[in-house]
Ligand binder design. Structure first.
Ligand code: HEM
Length: 222
């Protein structure tokens, strides 16, 4: 059992946290898809309809830097088999996270270009969003070269590991924060004040935050 600093124990394994994370992931995905498909006409990366481009940003960002990054973090506890296999699954989930994040950015940049809605990169959301994606790419590149190919010497890998874990969690938590400010931007854009769609968006935010907390807890617990 993992011990806290004062010697106390958590008296719990990571399994319940992982189960909760998967439940909140399904909840967040379902709520987001209902909001985009039922209320706002779907999503597309190649559309003349700017609303569908905008919606594609939400869907790709939820799946990429949030859901798949969370799965990558949990892979060391969810994937059975040798450590090497877990490392490769961790890398593949992160690759998917970056790829979908890049598609999400492409969608929102196309949206801005076609709609001329406001200047690019004006909001706190867009600043932290660019920061998250930049750090994510750097982290992936460093992690890949140090831990997979060609791989650094053992003592270097040992020194690097806690920093890799710290930066990885930082990026994930920043992505959760960014989705919160993104939902506020969404409210502003749609000029929502109350009603079913507003409720749906708030519950989506809550599901994303609870997913984030469960993933972090799964890392802390043994
Ligand atoms: C539920 C999740 C999300 C929602 C609802 C959302 C919503 C939005 C909205 C409404 C905009 C346009 C307004 C603005 O520029 O601030 C936007 C832009 C942007 N988003 Fe998100 N977003 C989400 C997740 C993310 C994530 C996780 C990232 C990055 C990791 C991100 C990165 C960006 C960037 C960089 C822009 C600015 C594009 C530009 O200014 O040209 N978003 N998002």
């Amino acid at each position: 059992m993992a011990r806290s600093k004062d010697g106390g124990r958590y008296r719990m394994s990571a399994t319940p946290a992982i189960v909760m994370a998967e439940i909140f992931a399904v909840a967040a995905i379902t709520l987001m898809l209902v909001s985009v498909l039922h209320f706002r006409g779907g999503f597309s990366l190649k559309s003349n309809n700017v609303v569908r481009l905008f919606n594609a940003h939400l869907v790709f960002m939820l799946f990429g830097p949030i859901i798949f990054t969370g799965q990558a973090i949990m892979a060391f506890k969810t994937v059975p088999g040798r450590r090497k296999v877990r490392k490769i699954v961790h890398m593949l989930f992160n690759l998917l996270g970056i790829f979908l994040g890049a598609l999400g950015l492409l969608a929102i940049f196309r949206f801005y270009k076609q709609s001329g809605w406001s200047p690019n990169l004006h909001s706190l959301h867009s600043w932290t969003g660019i920061g998250v994606m930049g750090l994510y790419v750097i982290q992936f590149f460093l992690g890949f070269t140090f831990f997979l190919f060609p791989g650094a010497k053992k003592n270097m890998r040992t020194d690097m590991k806690p920093w890799h874990a710290f930066l990885g969690l930082t990026i994930f938590i920043l992505a959760i924060f960014t989705s919160g400010t993104g939902l506020i931007e969404r409210f502003r854009f749609l000029q929502l004040l109350k009603g079913r769609e507003a409720l749906l968006l708030n519950f989506t935010g809550i599901a994303i935050v609870l997913f984030g907390l469960s993933v972090v807890l799964s890392v802390i617990l043994p």
